[in-house]
Design a protein around this ligand. Structure first.
Ligand code: NIG
Ligand code: FE
Length: 417
């Protein structure tokens, strides 16, 4: 079926030539087309152009084409959310109160809260219930404009429960119109049974979990929480090596709580992305500059936890690309609203609207191996896009934080909302 969108006030992030990401000064540029039309065919972006030349496309339009009049409204590529933990059982607002009262993330984790709390709850929840609650979250993020999402395991922490989480993600891939990537995060925290025996737990991940995850082809990527109080650089090296042997490229949690060496070890093992990066200094920046690893910021977590923000200006000014993702999870970022992440990028990282838009689309698409297929409005790419409500400018998107500016959602060429 064809979908023809006409009278578009502005198409944002048009791309004539394919790029897999943008970095440094390039991040401050986006191309747009004002007063335009866009044609979708066979699930892909078939063509777009100016309304004044609409006659050129008319012969290609079929009689049954669905026509959308977008007068006053803009078209954007869907957000790509390259880092979430949105399969979980139950919210954790009790810890939120602890946090308000002043306990740190590490203190809450030490008291048996945090990730271990989510693991205990997940253990007692069926796969069907997990699919149902995750679908509700996926439908919510679709309504906010997300078109692709990465989801991690890591609230299982036993072989059985890690596989259960990954099977849930596989089911979500089948039933959701979103593009979904799965990441195995057995090394999210050391479970209670292995308290004081962290190396043994790492052995268990390597010898049992990874081969079983790989045997059922349940994960696209492998992750480790490489940080102070969690997994060491040595643990991380061993796990990443084992994952790579089974075809899982790393996407890791690094430098959220300290200068953990996580960035360097991620780059060493050819990580697709290193994520969080609140603690990033000159050494880490220079290491990233010589890599194909996408530095990924999660401002929602820094915002929610009241932690320092990553030095993003310094990173972009040094020539790096950056992506942003939501980190949607019950402990440190209970929201998958990428419009809010866009606003946080501008307000807290001092990114320009153009830089922030690139960070939540083309660059976050790169961070989940999707920039060939989505992340910009480019002929031949998947038709994953949204039409806004009437808005005055594209800068209004980050400016008007807190309200949903998305009106119509098209994913894979289907009108979803
Ligand atoms: O990305 N940093 C590690 N993991 C998650 C938090 C998960 C949780 O607290 O449940 C994060 O912030
Ligand atoms: Fe995370």
């Amino acid at each position: 079926m064809q979908i023809f969108i006409k009278n578009i006030k502005e198409i944002v992030q048009t791309e004539k030539k394919f790029r897999d990401m943008v970095k440094g000064k390039e991040m401050a540029k986006i191309e747009t087309l004002k007063d335009a039309w866009l044609l979708i065919e066979k699930g892909k972006i078939a063509a777009f152009g100016k309304m004044e030349f609409i006659d050129s496309i008319k012969p290609s339009l079929k009689n049954d084409a669905k026509v959308i009049d977008a007068t006053g409204r803009m078209v954007f590529p869907s957000f790509c959310d390259s880092h979430t933990h949105l399969v979980y059982a139950g919210s954790r607002e009790i810890e939120y109160i602890d946090k308000i009262k002043g306990l740190s993330y590490e203190e809450i984790a030490k008291r048996g809260g945090g990730i271990l709390n989510s693991a205990a709850r997940l253990h007692n929840t069926s796969e069907e219930e997990l699919v149902e609650s995750a679908m509700t979250r996926l439908n919510e993020i679709i309504s906010y404009g997300t078109g692709a999402v990465e989801i991690k395991s890591g609230y299982g922490l036993t072989t059985e429960d890690e596989l259960k989480m990954l099977r849930v993600i596989r089911k979500l891939k089948e039933i959701s119109p979103l593009t979904i990537k799965a990441t195995f995060l057995g090394a999210h925290a050391v479970p209670k049974e292995y308290k004081g025996k962290q190396t043994e737990y790492v052995d268990h991940i390597i010898n049992e979990m990874i081969p079983m995850v790989a045997a059922d082809d349940l994960a696209d990527y492998i992750d480790v929480f490489c940080d102070k109080g969690f997994f060491t650089v040595e643990d991380t090296e061993r796990i990443l090596m084992a994952g790579l042997k089974h075809g899982m490229r790393p996407k890791i949690h690094a430098n959220e709580l300290d200068y953990s060496g996580g960035i360097q070890v991620g780059v060493k093992y050819y990580a697709l992305s290193v994520d969080h990066l609140e603690y990033t200094g000159d050494e880490e920046i220079s290491c990233l500059l010589h890599s194909e690893t996408m530095p990924t910021l999660l401002p929602g977590a820094a915002f929610f936890l009241g932690m320092p923000y990553a030095p993003v200006r310094k990173m972009i000014d040094a020539g790096l690309p950056v992506a942003m993702a939501s980190d949607f999870n019950p402990g440190s970022s209970p929201s998958g609203n990428m419009q809010f992440i866009l606003s946080l990028g501008c307000i807290k990282y001092k990114m320009t609207p153009e830089e922030a838009l690139n960070a939540v689309t083309i660059n976050s698409a790169y961070a989940m191996d999707e920039s060939e297929f989505q992340g910009s409005i480019c002929v031949g790419k998947k038709a994953n896009l949204y039409i806004t409500k009437p808005i005055p400018t594209y800068e209004f998107m980050p400016y008007s934080y807190g309200s949903n500016k998305v009106d119509t959602v098209i994913l894979g060429g289907n009108i979803i909302l």
